[in-house]
Design a protein around this ligand. Structure first.
Ligand SMILES: [Zn+2]
Length: 329
């Protein structure tokens, strides 16, 4: 499930160059003779691009396997895009895991993440929380009691400078709604919005005129067909509510009835997939860490998505592998 050729052409990924690996030609200003990106030529149909985003999800930074170098390489590629993105949006799972990790291990991962973003990003960043960013919900494995001041989502919020786990912002005629997908379920979690967040989301949409285009960011996909293939190969296929939002139907109906919700992006599955229904598009945008930094596996190549947003509510969402080679140890 790769990006479509049409999306790739619009983002300047193809133009004589192959899709994938290093062959990402016009996406990066450093590529000599590269195809022009979509800003450098008429966008067509009278539309004008108003924003370019880099969607960076599932970084899963850790001390092992060169993950810090991989993230740095990814961020350098983001910065070399022509035109440069206006903003980075992260999609959660910034660290490999705090959910079942002790305090020292969790701190080591946040320290790496903070250092690499400080040294390499240089763009405004809006974060989204993922399940692995939560500290200690698996109490026995993390050796926590739940009484620690940074337990749960508090540590990630503090580290990322987020006042709350779900939030909204606006830019260039678009509104961005970052959801917090993850609810506790024993030693694990499920994906859905609790009553407080659901009420917030409904109020945000009520206050947003249909003429404003809306992009929704969640860690866990609201709708995804690669989610069907994420569990073991048992039959029949089923959707695991830790893999896709359990409240998918309600959220989709809310978005479709609003009329201004154009695109919902997610991570979590480490696969690229795309779908659309009732005018709402869904894109699962792979993973910076690919197969969790390990060679092999069936996951997307390590990459990020370049999302161009237009004044008419249309968008291009193209996956850009950044050329990382997995390390064996
Ligand atoms: Zn992940």
């Amino acid at each position: 499930m790769n990006i479509t050729r049409r999306e790739a052409i619009r983002a300047g990924i193809v133009g004589g160059a192959a899709i994938g690996g290093f062959a990402i030609g016009g996406l990066f200003g450093c590529a000599a003779g590269a195809a022009p990106s979509s800003a450098a030529r008429p966008a067509g149909a009278g539309r004008t691009r108003v924003l370019r985003l880099a969607h960076i999800t599932d970084v899963h930074v850790q001390p092992e396997r060169g993950a810090a170098e991989g993230l740095a390489m990814c961020l350098r590629r983001v910065n070399a895009l022509t035109p440069k993105p206006d903003m980075v949006i992260t999609g959660g799972d910034l660290i490999m895991d705090g959910f079942a990790a002790d305090e020292a291990r969790t701190r080591a991962q946040w320290d790496i993440l903070t250092r690499v973003f400080r040294d390499e990003c240089g763009l405004p960043v809006r974060h989204t929380l993922g399940n692995h960013d939560i500290w200690g919900w698996h109490k026995s494995k993390s050796r926590t009691t739940g009484a620690e001041p940074r337990w749960g989502k508090a540590w990630a919020l503090e580290q990322l400078g987020m006042p709350r786990a779900f939030h909204a912002h606006r830019a260039a005629g678009w509104k961005f709604l970052h959801l917090d997908s993850v609810r506790p379920d024993g030693d694990g979690y499920k994906a859905f919005l609790d009553d407080e967040q659901r009420a917030w989301l409904e109020a945000e949409l009520r206050a947003t005129p249909r003429s404003t285009h809306v992009l929704v960011v969640s860690h866990v996909p609201i709708l995804s067909f690669s989610a069907l293939f994420d569990s073991k190969k048992e039959a029949p296929l089923r959707v695991n509510t830790a893999t896709m939002h359990a409240d998918a139907r309600a959220l989709h109906e809310l978005f479709a009835s609003h009329g201004g919700v154009r695109l919902c992006v997610s991570g979590h599955i480490h696969q690229q997939d795309e779908g659309a229904m009732h005018g709402v598009a869904y894109r699962c945008n792979g993973a910076v860490s690919g197969n969790w930094w390990k060679p092999g596996g069936d996951r997307s190549e390590p990459g990020f998505a370049v999302i161009d947003l237009y004044d008419d509510g249309s968008f291009d969402n193209a996956y850009a592998p950044y050329g990382w080679t997995m390390r064996a140890d």
